[in-house]
Design a protein around this ligand. Structure first.
Ligand SMILES: [Zn+2]
Length: 323
């Protein structure tokens, strides 16, 4: 209750103090705080995001080379075409270390594609071919349905796309779904991060340099805690600072904790290596990670709402010209 009261006071101050156009950012902040505290008037639809998780899992495991993978990609592409100004699809064939050919697809949905000031959000849309962390050895060769591992991040991007379709951003926004993150072996770094590596070598234009980027991965746990992932802190500390302070302003300091986290091999790493300022928001502490039980009933609508609110607020804070 006190959180709601506080945020309403902040909103009232915003209304009193901000009569000029320059105060738009502060007004947006206050509106974001109110939305986060009350659940009302949020631009991000958490219920729709959970539906988007279910819709992805309904295709089956999105394992490269399967029919479910191809059909899910078609669906994602269509969903983004309905919302974005333009959609670019990268299609290629990846040859695995053991010689198999995998059809791959990255999908890039762009808002205000000519704008130089841009934000990049990404998520992996594939799911893992083997549930190699399942407690039951008999299930370890079954594929992962990836409701949280894959599905949740995609749902955040689709929800952000919906919010931006309703009200265009002042800056450019790129929403990138990458393929093949989870296909192979992380121990040996083989056949993993396939789509983000491909994208890093083929950026949408010369000199492509978003103001900042965020990878949203495993963002649907019912008890989320996002520690500050170590590659992110080392490679783009100002982006960690930006994302965490926005989340904390929205009242989510317990979820976006200032604790240092592990270094996680994820899709932000190839982009950081290319000089892009991209961090990873991830909660690896998910009991069903890489098991057959990573299903939509283990994904929380409240968590999707919280993360989606942060993702939208980070865009709304930005104005067409730097303040
Ligand atoms: Zn995974």
């Amino acid at each position: 209750m006190s959180q709601i009261r506080d945020s309403l006071i902040v909103l009232a101050w915003g209304a009193v103090l901000c009569t000029g156009a320059a105060c738009g950012g502060e007004r947006a902040d206050a509106a974001g705080r109110e939305a986060a505290a009350t659940g009302a008037a949020s631009e991000f639809d958490g219920a729709a995001a959970l539906e988007a998780v279910r819709a992805q899992v309904a295709f089956g495991a999105r394992v490269p080379g399967t029919e479910a993978h191809a059909r899910a990609a078609d669906w994602l592409e269509a969903e983004l075409r309905r919302r974005a100004d333009t959609v670019i699809v990268q299609r290629w064939t990846h040859t695995t270390a053991d010689g198999r050919s995998l059809p791959m697809r990255n999908i890039l949905a762009r808002f205000r594609p000519t704008e130089a000031r841009r934000v990049l959000y990404l998520a992996h849309w594939d799911s893992r071919p083997v549930a190699d962390s399942d407690p039951d050895p008999a299930k370890r060769r079954a594929p992962v349905l990836g409701a949280n591992d894959g599905g949740s991040g995609v749902a955040i991007l689709l929800g952000v796309a919906e919010a931006l379709a309703r009200r265009a951003p002042e800056v450019g926004v790129d929403l990138l779904l990458v393929d093949g993150e989870d296909y192979g072996d992380f121990e040996t770094n083989t056949d993993v991060l396939i789509g983000s590596r491909y994208f890093a070598e083929r950026l949408p234009e010369p000199g492509y340099a978003p103001l900042f980027g965020v990878l949203w991965d495993m963002v649907g746990d019912e008890a989320p805690v996002f520690e500050q992932e170590a590659h992110s802190v080392r490679g783009a500390p100002e982006v960690v600072q930006r994302v965490w302070s926005t989340a904390q302003r929205l009242g989510h300091g317990a979820v976006f904790t200032n604790r240092s986290g592990l270094a996680i091999t994820d899709d932000h790493v190839p982009l950081l290596a290319k000089g892009l300022r991209v961090i990873d928001v991830i909660d690896l502490d998910y009991p069903w990670h890489h098991t057959v039980a990573d299903t939509p009933d283990r994904v929380s609508q409240q968590t999707l709402q919280l993360v989606g609110d942060v993702a939208v607020a980070l865009i709304r804070e930005l104005t067409a010209t730097p303040r």
